[in-house]
Design a protein around this ligand. Structure first.
Ligand code: CA
Length: 545
């Protein structure tokens, strides 16, 4: 049976101030004393764009404050770096090959066990508000109001139990307003609550809130050292992916250049629908908002037309545009996190509420010349993770244990005093919170599947230890990559089959084999999933006729 971390009742805690007593191990917390949980998940928020991690790009004072009051994880990772699969892993505590949702085309089996369902069963009020992305209707929630698919930045529609509802305003503000309304409806009751407060931002196509555009369009950002990576030290996967800022970032929808200018200057418009997206987004704005938008982006369009940059200059120009808008959307996230935290303070909820800040994965901000995610390389494999829990986590702690989004479900159940199901594959982070995780994992497992598909990142799986990483790219390729993260933190030189790393390579292969056995992943599971993909593709082509 799994070890379950129990908490003393609040009365015992109060007494312990005057008369310290050890926690009563078999005492279950009463309903009203169980911690509330607010799970803040943004979409594609790179740790490089949170000033608690890196202050070169943006100041995020409200997110940083959570880190100053709680624990900042330096080694938070995902199991499969892409939107919907990451959310399914968080809900189930199981890898993609076990929960059945391995890529963004799959549909979530909502009949399976999730941590919100178990919390709800044990007396929690539960809600999910904002980004959902799992296609099926949310289950295990008393209340849900979610964006359809990727959702819209301006005046967004929401899926509700009673059909679609359109709201006025900027999506990050709207999601926060709805969340506070729901909190108002439950905070007076005796039941603890779980709120999954999930933002669309900063997901592509990075449309900032109108008042936030100017701050970022007037700035110039430092370029990453690997912006002009030539991929020489790596295999085909890095060379053949389609996620470079130079070629694959859309000048229209991503960089906000009017499609007429893109066409007039003869830039490669490899996907016409990106231009359509641009116009669809723009047309959601009111006449007054359009005028405001034009005030900022009009001069940028004029400059671009005059410059008509090519080659490296085009990459540099697009990188700046990318950062201006991507970071612009994060300004609103940080403001709204501040707004929600002020609400918790003013209502007295902060003290007994666990607040988690994370993203569904990391993101490339120009490193290796890329945007997007998917790879097991550090920028996308890692994700920001900050946890505040007054009285349980020492303020200002920085942690370097290898933790994964697989751990959320067991952690929340454990914190609520609920036994973690045997078949959940993550581990409770409570010992890490208490700085008593003496026997922690020494390696992480990863598996990515969405290929062929958007951005053409090849299927791969691998292991990461404290210092090394071994990756196997497969399907239409059979290549291994090995990185020494201490000597080569930017993963520029594959050391696989380098005799100097022969021992390391052998040990990593062994550890990978062990992890695949531990997590029930193997070649026959992978083959079965490939066949399922082929069948799915056949069905889609039938439907599309
Ligand atoms: Ca995402």
């Amino acid at each position: 049976m799994r070890k379950t971390w129990m908490f003393p009742a609040f009365a015992a805690l109060a007494v312990s101030c005057a008369n310290p007593e050890p926690p009563v191990a078999d005492e279950k917390p009463a309903e009203s004393q169980k911690p509330n949980i607010i799970f803040i998940m943004t979409d594609d928020h790179a740790y490089q764009a949170i000033s608690a991690y890196n202050d070169k790009l943006i100041e995020t004072p409200n997110i940083d404050k959570l880190a100053h009051q709680g624990m900042l994880f330096q080694r938070g990772f995902v199991t499969n770096s892409i939107c919907a699969p990451s959310r399914a892993v968080a809900l189930t505590g199981k890898f993609s090959h076990v929960n059945g949702l391995k890529d963004n085309l799959d549909t979530f089996d909502s009949t399976q066990v999730t941590f919100p369902k178990l919390l709800q069963k044990e007396g929690y009020k539960t809600a999910v508000i904002g980004k959902w992305h799992l296609k099926t209707q949310p289950t295990g929630f008393d209340y849900w109001k979610v964006l359809p698919d990727q959702g819209q930045y301006y005046h967004p529609e929401f899926r509700t139990k009673n059909g679609m509802v359109k709201e006025q305003g900027y999506v990050t503000d709207v999601v926060t307003d709805i969340s506070m309304q729901w909190l108002d409806s439950v905070r007076q009751g005796n039941q603890p609550f779980l709120l999954m407060y999930q933002h669309k931002a900063p997901h592509r196509e990075w449309w900032p809130n109108l008042p936030d555009i100017e701050e970022f369009t007037s700035r110039e950002f430092p370029e990453p050292a690997t912006l002009f990576d030539d991929y020489k030290g790596r295999g085909r996967a890095a060379k053949e992916t389609e996620m470079t800022i130079h070629t694959h970032m859309a000048l229209s929808s991503d960089n906000k250049i009017h499609p007429d200018i893109v066409n007039k200057l003869g830039y490669k418009s490899f996907m016409n629908w990106y231009q359509r997206i641009h116009l669809e987004q723009y047309n959601r704005l009111s006449a007054e908002e359009k005028a405001q938008w034009d005030k900022y982006y009009g001069p940028i369009n004029e400059d671009f037309e005059k410059l008509a940059p090519q080659g490296k200059e085009l990459t540099k120009w697009k990188y700046q545009r990318y950062m201006q808008d991507y970071l612009g959307t994060i300004r609103s996230v940080d403001d709204n996190v501040g707004r929600l935290m002020a609400y918790l303070d003013s209502t007295g909820l902060a003290e007994n509420t666990i607040v988690v800040y994370t993203s569904d994965q990391g993101f490339y901000l120009g490193e290796h010349g890329w945007f997007d995610k998917r790879f097991m390389y550090e920028e996308s494999f890692r994700t920001p993770l900050i946890v505040r829990w007054p009285g349980k986590i020492k303020a200002g702690t920085v942690d370097d244990h290898l933790v994964q989004n697989l751990d959320f479900a067991p952690t929340f159940l454990d914190a609520a005093g609920i036994q973690v199901p045997e078949d959940m594959q993550g581990r409770s982070l409570l010992p890490v919170f208490a700085e008593k995780a003496d026997d922690w994992r020494d390696a992480l497992y990863y598996h990515y599947y969405e290929y062929p598909g958007f951005h053409m990142v090849k299927r791969h799986y691998g292991v990461r230890t404290d210092r090394y990483k071994l990756i196997h790219f497969y399907y239409d390729i059979d290549e291994w990559e090995l990185y020494d993260l201490e000597k080569d933190p930017q993963e520029m030189q594959n050391q696989y089959d380098n005799p100097e790393y022969a021992d390391v390579q052998e040990k990593l292969h062994l550890r990978l084999k062990e992890l695949r056995e531990q997590y029930h992943d193997n070649d026959s599971v992978t083959t079965a999933m490939l066949h399922a993909d082929i069948e799915r593709a056949k069905r889609k082509s039938i439907y599309s006729k």
